[in-house]
Ligand binder design. Structure first.
Ligand code: PRP
Ligand code: URA
Length: 208
């Protein structure tokens, strides 16, 4: 696996367990998801470039830093929306685009229904937010669209990844780093991640 980063923090492992548990209620699921997404945001931010700037404290002038590039978050509708607020907590001036994709339940192919991003994708770091990297079809389609729109430096943030999805991303977008909180065993015959957590969108939004 290339460009693959597994966040191995004990609190993240505890929270992934809460997400997996079928008895976790919706409020606890959302809270655990927020905490894991926050840890992913911190981990991804280690790769951000900085430029040096002058800053004046109440006492004297000194050197400080600002981010070298604008950060653009792109949640994949619908489940990706659940990760936005945690990322905005530590990157409050990030811009937010949206990509609407839904997997066809028979073919597992992603069908797109919405695309809107900020301008200047080419000068920014674009972080796609999608809790589940299963077949990889949705992630690959998202980056195809973003690259067509000019995106150059891109990252994927997911909660749980299947080996099949990581391979598809490595094959089709070898330049893109994948950050995840768990690498699971495999997909089942209908494209769900095993052991996984079930349907991330349904569990987040209560549409089970
Ligand atoms: C889920 C998930 C990903 C996609 C992953 O979305 O949020 O977007 O499946 O699967 P893939 O890697 O096989 O493409 P879903 O289609 O269930 O839509 P939803 O977010 O509206 O629930
Ligand atoms: N989408 C989900 O929400 N869960 C999976 O296991 C696979 C795709």
């Amino acid at each position: 696996m290339k460009n693959f980063y597994l966040v191995q923090n004990p609190l993240v492992k505890r929270d992934v367990t809460i997400l997996r548990d079928k008895n976790t209620n919706q409020a606890a699921f959302r809270a655990a998801l927020n905490r894991v997404a926050f840890s992913l945001a911190v981990e991804i931010s280690n790769s951000f470039g900085l430029v040096e700037i002058d800053v004046e404290t109440p006492l004297e002038k000194t050197k400080g830093y600002k981010l070298a590039r604008q950060i653009i978050l792109v949640p994949v509708l619908r489940a990706g929306l659940s990760m936005v607020s945690s990322f905005l907590e530590i990157i409050p001036d990030a811009k937010v685009g949206h990509i609407g994709l839904q997997r066809d339940e028979k073919t597992l192919e992603p069908m797109d229904y919405y695309y809107k991003t900020p301008k200047n994708l080419d000068e920014s770091v674009t972080i796609v937010l999608d809790p589940m990297l299963a077949t990889g079809g949705s992630a690959v389609a998202s980056f195809n669209s973003l690259k067509r729109g000019g995106a150059k430096k891109c990252v994927l943030a997911s909660l749980i990844a299947a080996p099949e999805g990581v391979k598809k991303m490595n094959d089709e977008h070898p330049d893109i780093s994948i950050y995840t909180a768990a690498l699971d065993r495999e997909l089942n015959s209908v494209g769900y991640i095993l052991p996984g957590l079930g349907d991330a969108g349904d569990r987040t939004f209560g549409t089970l």
